[in-house]
Design a binder for this molecule. Sequence first.
Ligand code: HEC
Ligand code: HEC
Ligand code: HEC
Length: 452
Amino acid sequence: MKKTLIWVCGTLLAAACGTAIYRFCFRKNIPEAEQTVQVASILKQNDCFVCHSFEPQKPFYASFPIIGKQMQSHMYHAVRFVELEEASADLANANEVLVAKIEHAMLAGSMPIPQYKMIHWGTGFNSAEKSVLTDWIVARRSEIRGDEAFAGSSIQPVPESYPYDAVKANLGKRMYNDTRISLDNTISCATCHVLSDGGADYADERTSEGINGNLGGVNAPTVYNAVFNVRQFWNGRAADLKEQAAGPPVNPIEMGDQTWDDIVARLRKDPALVAEFAEVFPDEGLTQSSVTEAIAEYEKTLITPGSRFDLYLKGNESALTAEEIAGYEAFKANSCAACHVGKAMGGQSFEYFGIYGNYFADRDAAIERNADDDGLKGFTGNERDLERFKVPGLRNVALTPPYFHDGSSTELEDAVKKMYKYELGKKADDKDVNSIVAFFNTLTGKHEELKR
Ligand code: HEC
Ligand code: HEC
Ligand code: HEC
């Protein structure tokens, strides 16, 4: 036993010295190349791809007892948190979330993890590398957003306006509130997405009640700021708002068992409406495509600028109290702001619910597992996408309980604690939870329909 221990320690020490000498001689020279190639090279030289790839490059000691097991566990969590592909082409297409994750690791100095640095001396970004990374982060973010303002921050304010076609949106607003779209004339989009109350469901139920009192399988997200989502639905099955709007009317649980032909035929019984559609959509008149396009156009108006937090981001430091600012700082320091990014503070990526632990095994047994719990896999069919969900935006979050795709938390405190436990693998400190919740209360923005 003692002999094995000496042998293991000796080998590790020799390896650490060897790699340190190698690094000292051969690395830390950033190639003269295009920015993304430089970034890829920096990540490679710091061994980032070793753990963060689905085909991890296991080091030789991965088969050792104890330390090997630990390494395997690190690799399992690492790739669930951040997937890094070695090809620089993937970095050239990096989305806002990947940029924010790399930025967080750089600012926190958290990567590689300390246990790894102990064996692999010399890993960790040096100042020349940080400077290249910082430039890339700012450039890539500006490129994605088409705007250089706030490029130093993973979160940006909700813009004052979003381009839309006013004539179509006007028609769309009426269709959004029109119950004739449902089979029995009782339900409109507004029934489940109540604009005066946060754009999500009023009801206390975890999931929405549709036609004939049917309960659906998931919690309704808000329609406010949905235009900023990369795709729509928890599992991303609709590419955009127009495609999304075609779904609920023909969903047997939501608006009834019917086809779009039935819906269009019913709406066409209204000559005034037919005439209006003919004017606004001269090529097609009243069709599934024009109805859903009008609704999508209206949804582009459902953005909520002007929150206290946005005033703060824009430079008004007295817009937030000291506790709320502490909450924002805790939100950034704990990498919450690396997934909840952009204008909507979410909606840009699909992440595992349960990077740590097993959320679904721990969940209240009264909630039965259903197909919606498969997350992104339900849309892509890819096993690797099991239990990955679209990160919800956090704008107006204080108005939209219950929380999560399964509506399992009714209180924000509880939702924040679950995020610590299952996304960060940490126990939340009460002080941080309270200040983060205080911060969340500053995210409520303004819209003429929003009465709270
Ligand atoms: C030994 C394996 C290992 C290596 C090498 C490694 N990571 Fe990680 N990484 C992890 C693990 C494990 C986690 C999960 C969080 C934790 O347990 O600390 C993680 C989490 C992260 C996170 C999210 C949390 C945070 O602190 O921001 C980022 C971003 C990240 N890694 C980026 C990187 C980058 C960039 C590199 C290269 C400098 C790197 N990692 C190298 C194992 C590794
Ligand atoms: C019976 C309640 C109900 C009705 C009626 C309803 N929705 Fe929804 N809506 C939901 C639920 C539940 C989800 C989440 C479904 C999922 O992700 O699988 C959702 C998701 C959405 C999303 C995606 C938001 C996001 O963040 O991914 C949008 C946008 C939306 N609905 C708009 C509409 C529009 C427009 C209508 C009318 C055509 C409508 N909804 C009718 C309950 C409803
Ligand atoms: C790795 C990415 C990731 C990180 C880090 C993360 N979240 Fe989340 N967050 C998610 C995902 C994914 C969901 C949705 C999970 C579901 O419903 O299945 C979510 C949901 C939430 C919700 C519920 C919102 C709603 O409308 O249902 C809140 C609140 C939240 N997160 C806050 C936080 C806080 C606070 C932190 C930091 C302590 C944090 N998140 C860190 C990915 C992340």
